[in-house]
Design a protein around this ligand. Structure first.
Ligand SMILES: C[C@H](O)[C@H](O)[C@H]1CNC2=NC(N)=NC(=O)C2=N1
Length: 123
């Protein structure tokens, strides 16, 4: 069972993900990144590789694909917020997305997620 990230975890891990284009999702304890590939084929190949990583981790993205665009949101359903599994999957996604363009005009600064929201309690 994945635990909700503590404030310390968040401060340690989230800012570096901002550097690679991850942003906070409005109203959710979740991170989002939008990628643009050269073609549908490149986008689909990326998604295939991420799918294999997700299956290995048993941790899956919420994502959509439109031609050469892949829109990815990560959060952990079991704890209704961000866990370290989301950090791990985000880093694997960044490695697999090498060479793709990052669409940056969305989301809130990721630092918004470095404090726990009302009602959230990390173990
Ligand atoms: C039953 C299965 O192990 C769980 O539903 C896994 C599958 N993949 C998952 N993916 C994500 N993002 N969050 C989860 O809590 C989760 N739980």
């Amino acid at each position: 069972m994945a635990d909700l990230m503590t404030v310390e975890d968040r401060r340690a891990h989230l800012p570096s993900l901002a550097a690679t284009g991850w942003a906070a999702v409005e109203g959710r304890d979740a991170i989002r990144k939008i990628l643009r590939f050269r073609s549908f084929s490149q986008a689909w190949g990326f998604m295939s590789r991420v799918a294999l990583a997700a299956e290995t981790m048993n941790h899956h993205p919420e994502w959509s694909n439109r031609y050469n665009i892949v829109d990815i949101t990560l959060t952990t359903h079991d704890c209704a917020g961000l866990s370290l599994l989301d950090i791990d999957l985000a880093r694997r996604i960044d490695r697999l997305a090498e060479g793709a363009d990052v669409v940056a005009d969305h989301g809130q600064p990721i630092e918004c997620l470095c404090e726990l929201r009302a009602g959230q309690r990390s173990h």
